[in-house]
Ligand binder design. Structure first.
Ligand code: NAI
Length: 249
């Protein structure tokens, strides 16, 4: 079933990992996908792969930490296609380690991409969607946006901020026809997960980040897209992460 037939969807961080899989699955389901990524080589590959398979996609280079670039991207898509149905503010990085060793610039860099990148994408898309009277903003937080994650404080803090932003906008946007959801994955098999400093922290020290098996991107994407169709506020998975979150409260 072409659940997303002819929908216009922007996916930041669409060049790899979860974003790539969302681009491919949305295109399979009929969407025209804008693969937005700072990595030109990967982003182009994803868009070309989708087109080769008969889907619709185009690559746009964007650094989400630049307000000007995100604004321009959203303006171009609105002007070019006349509307925006979905934006996945998904691009993210992780810098972790012992909090005493992390430089202030590193704390700020994580916020610039993981929080401000999501904020710019949310705010500019929100304006377009409020004007249209429809649209769905999907922001990638993390299970660690709901729980502490020792050894990964900058990342954890940025992901908490994404939850606060997303849920607040969700309530404000409801009367304007704008939906907002936050995605909270546990571990998904991507580069960000494999490179995480926190992966080196012994499990017994991990209050929140339970030793859950890392899910593959296809399975994660299927859960994400189902959650979006159901317009869930927070899409948290796998189940044992959701359980840990409840236990932590
Ligand atoms: P990934 O490293 O495979 O992909 C991230 C993508 O974002 C890359 O294509 C990269 O080029 C792009 N990117 C990085 N900085 C950018 C910038 N400034 N502007 C534009 N694009 C930029 O990582 P993954 O796992 O697919 O991450 C996607 C999102 O999911 C991130 O927000 C991450 O924090 C989140 N997440 C991932 C989890 C995991 O276990 N993989 C768990 C929880 C959340």
């Amino acid at each position: 079933m072409k659940q997303f037939k002819d929908k216009i969807a922007i996916v930041t961080g669409g060049g790899a990992g979860i974003g790539r899989s969302i681009c491919e699955e949305m295109a399979n389901a009929g969407a025209k996908v804008i693969v937005a990524d700072i990595n030109e080589e990967n982003g182009k590959k994803v868009a070309e792969g989708i087109e080769k398979n008969g889907g619709k996609a185009e690559y746009k280079r964007v650094d989400v930490s630049s307000e000007i670039e995100v604004k321009k991207l959203i303006e171009e898509i609105e002007t070019g296609y006349g509307r925006i149905d979905y934006i996945f503010n998904n691009a993210g990085i992780a810098i972790g380690g012992d909090a005493r060793d992390i430089k202030l610039e590193q704390w700020k860099k994580v916020m610039d991409i993981n929080y401000y990148g999501v904020l710019y994408g949310s705010l500019y898309a929100y304006q377009v969607m409020a004007k249209q009277g429809f649209g769905h903003i999907i922001n990638t937080s993390s299970a660690t946006g709901l729980m502490p994650q020792p050894g990964n404080s900058p990342y954890c803090a940025s992901k908490h901020a994404v939850i606060g932003l997303s849920l607040s906008l969700r309530y404000e946007g409801a009367d304007l026809g704008v939906k907002v959801s936050a995605i909270c994955p546990g571990h998904v098999q991507t580069d960000i997960y494999r490179n995480m400093e926190v992966a080196k922290v012994p499990n017994e020290k991990m209050v929140a980040s339970l030793p859950v098996k890392a899910m593959d991107t296809k399975e994660a994407t299927s859960i994400i897209l189902n959650g979006i169709i159901k317009n869930k506020d927070i899409i948290i998975f796998p189940k044992n992460v959701a359980f840990a979150w409840r236990l932590n409260r």
